[in-house]
Design a binder for this molecule. Sequence first.
Ligand SMILES: Cc1ncc(COP(=O)(O)O)c(C=O)c1O
Length: 379
Amino acid sequence: MGFATDAIHVGQEYEPATGAIVAPIYQTSTYVQPELGRNKGYDYARTAHPNRRALERTVAKLEGGAAAYVFTSGMAAIDSVFRLLRPGDHAIISEAVYGGVIRLTTQFLVQWGLEFSFVDTSDLEKVERALKPNTKMLYVETPTNPTMSVTDLAAVARISTARGVTLVVDNTFLSPYLQSPIALGADIVVHSMTKYLNGHSDAVGGAAILTRPDDAEKIYFLQRSTGAGLAPMDCFLISRGIKTLAVRMKQHDANGMAVARFLEAHPRVKQVLYPGLASHPHHAVAARQQRGFGAMISFDVATMENARAVLNAVKLCSLAESLGGVETLISHPATMTHASVPVEVRQRIGITEGLIRLSVGIEDVEDLIADLDQALARI
Ligand SMILES: Cc1ncc(COP(=O)(O)O)c(C=O)c1O
């Protein structure tokens, strides 16, 4: 079946007992057992529940994985994946990764004897040079948040396979509609489902999609042991959101390109970072491995004062953290999403004070462009 059909039907079956086309929200903590030692597939909601199982089937199918586990947030999913490592292991991470990953690894996971190197994974030579005898994981975000750097997934997969290193890819920015990391060689995919998979800015959730049975077993052990599995109501909301993923992503993609072109032609904009533009240094790689360019755009207006003027003047775009919802969000990475990233790292990877990030929604694009135009006129 095609992607849109799978998104609407896999894990989204009607409920056989009543025929309800939408399965109920199993808002219960425990399950009555008909006799000692026998249950009906569920015993306690921390371990598993029908809404979680359903969503996990949908997500595994869309990413082409063998199994998926859904968590209370993207960070909970990412944390569980790093816990596949053992003390003494080393992991290479894309240097312009989401700030929360930098915080989790450098301020917390290092205390358990794990070692991390932050490397520009768009540069294959740098990846090769960063490999050590104890390197066990290569963690790639592509495109990166918010600098929109693109890593060649097939090429890094060749490197990781040759060295027996697990390749993990954060596919949050494009969603499985626009990019399939497992088909390009990834072993594990992670998501902040808070973003495009849900798409309606009304739930927080994460997913880890696995290809190897031993990884799946460990991740499920962790999920049920720590109690980090997603609750029924949030699973229901995200399952509902996924039904429209294909149509939403088509519109996000079209709006993203139109807004990027408008910004690139605007005299007050110093630089636009969007892999769909021919001016982007990684345009060719993005065009080869992605089925579209998505709706995340960063643009530089040179100074903090200019950024402040634009962010305070927008009316339709909402000044807020997060991304991937139907409504357009605008943010200032240096003081918002990436404030926890050390200033020297921010400078090195290009998170300047004039950088503004847009998560382009699916409103009428003329309205978005008119709003940005009036805001840029305040500079
Ligand atoms: C690319 C990316 N990965 C992971 C996360 C973390 O996800 P969550 O906020 O659901 O924990 C985010 C959050 O913004 C993100 O942008």
